[in-house]
Ligand binder design. Structure first.
Ligand SMILES: [Zn+2]
Length: 467
């Protein structure tokens, strides 16, 4: 239905004689005002309501934090700000940036006195420094994040909530090559594949299984899907029916990996950005820009010592342990208005997580996230005091250095435990040296994995293993 723009209609109406005005009024009255006001008006109104809603949510988070969280209570007092007086998002600039170090130092003082009512779960990340960070996530936060992922799926063309999903992530980290090649994960309703066993014979079996399963969505870590895609090419294995899209997340997605995955899967890759703390998330649209989920978080930027813009986020959801002005540790380039027409904060690029991949003695590729997973589940629980910094460096095909900094010092037995644990991941024949650093490394970007191998050498090692 096309309508005269509201203002033009109004001018026309104003010029009518009174008798016609009444007649017009009578004719027009059954038309709902929502239609009379036009689509442009409705979008503007929705925009205004949305920003009202965001401000209300932000105020609720700030009031809650000031009242119930000891750390924030002190912070508000120190800067002379009262949460009830907050009029706009700009008020966040008066509050200090929350760093991971502050969270570690403040410990229990970061947690709300009424935390139990939010049914929080414990979560942790080793982030980009390899140093563990624990925090609480509300039940609501986890649900909202999942809903945002699904909105993204549906926007990318998923047929509905029962769309078949095949997943290539780190689920088999404890079993690795010893595990099955796939298993049905009933908790999330996904067919999950073992990304630690992507040798050529296995890839043929995996593609056979995928072809019987016919997933609408294939999701996974970029590096796992990249290795799978290269392996498919080498093995001459192909998808009989292309998925609607591939959903990548948790790592940076270099262009070369995207191309290889899109070519092997025969569909576009739509990347997703988030972090374990669920503060800021964004999904990539058909125009290749990341649209932020503005209902769940507010964004700020901070220029750092290197002149790059660091992403600062405030969670509008999490109450058991609020994240306000949180330094996420990633760098972004803002994207401006997107040609796809959706009005969100957009990013063109997310530059934080430069995770090199390492190639094990067995020729398996393991990314920074994979190493993270392994370190968190298979190494940290067995250490008396986890070091503040740990980075795995691949010097050449079989030679690795683990750089470690621990302010508490590192006993020989602990160093040996780290070395032996990593030997299991890196495989027989790997030569591992532990290098104790004297201070926290000072560098532009943090990562927990670094490869000194050239891109060609990495491709060759993957190739050798797959043939
Ligand atoms: Zn867009």
């Amino acid at each position: 239905m096309s309508l005269v723009p509201y203002s033009a209609g109004l001018r026309l109406y104003e010029r009518l004689p009174p008798s016609l005005k009444s007649a017009m009024g009578a004719v027009m009255s059954p038309v709902p005002r929502s239609l009379l006001l036009g689509g442009g008006f409705r979008r503007r109104l929705e925009g205004l309501m949305e920003s009202e809603r965001r401000l209300r949510q932000l105020r609720l988070v700030l009031e809650h934090a000031e009242r119930n969280v000891p750390y924030y209570h002190d912070v508000f007092k120190a800067v002379g700000l009262r949460s009830q007086e907050v009029k706009d998002l700009g008020a966040l600039r008066r509050l200090p940036v929350l760093t991971k170090d502050i969270i570690r130092k403040e410990g229990e003082r970061m947690i709300a006195s009424d935390q139990a009512s939010y049914r929080p779960g414990k979560a942790s990340t080793t982030g980009s420094t390899g140093r563990p960070l624990s925090f609480l996530l509300d039940q609501q936060t986890r649900e909202v994040e999942l809903a945002a992922v699904w909105r993204h799926y549906l926007g990318c063309g998923a047929s509905g909530l029962d769309a078949r999903i095949a997943s290539f992530r780190g689920d088999f980290v404890s079993e690795r090559e010893r595990g099955a090649l796939w298993r049905w994960d009933g908790r999330v309703g996904e067919l999950t594949f073992n990304t630690y066993a992507l040798g050529r014979d296995n890839i043929r079996k995996i593609i056979g299984r995928l072809n019987r399963f016919r997933p609408e969505i294939v999701r996974g870590y970029p590096h796992s899907l990249y290795v799978l895609s290269r392996g498919m090419e080498a093995a001459g294995a192909r998808m009989e029916a292309s998925p609607r899209f591939v959903h990548t997340s948790s790592e940076q997605l270099p262009g070369s990996m995207r191309e290889a995955i899109e070519s092997a899967m025969g569909c576009p890759v739509r990347d997703w950005y988030s972090q374990s703390e669920y503060v800021i998330s964004a999904g990539e649209c058909s125009e290749g820009r990341y649209h932020q989920n503005m209902e769940t978080g507010a964004i700020g930027l901070l220029e750092d010592d290197w002149g790059m813009e660091r992403l600062i986020g405030t969670s509008l959801c999490n109450r058991s342990m609020p994240f306000i002005n949180y330094d996420i540790g990633d760098h972004v380039t803002l994207g401006g208005e997107c040609p796809c027409g959706r009005e969100h904060v957009t990013f063109r690029a997310i530059e934080g997580r430069v995770n090199d991949m390492i190639i094990t003695a067995g020729g398996r590729a393991v990314s920074g996230v994979g190493v993270d997973n392994f370190y968190e589940k298979e190494v940290i629980p067995f250490l008396a005091v986890p070091p503040e910094f740990l980075m795995l460096v691949q010097e050449d095909a079989l030679k690795f250095t683990i750089e470690v900094y621990s302010s508490a010092g590192l006993e020989d037995a602990e160093a040996d435990r780290i070395r032996r644990s990593f030997a299991e991941l890196l495989g027989e024949g790997s030569d591992i040296t532990i290098k104790l650093l004297e201070s926290m490394p000072d560098r532009k970007k943090w990562k927990n994995v670094e490869s000194r191998l050239s891109a060609e050498a990495i491709a060759r090692l993957i190739q050798e293993h797959n043939s």
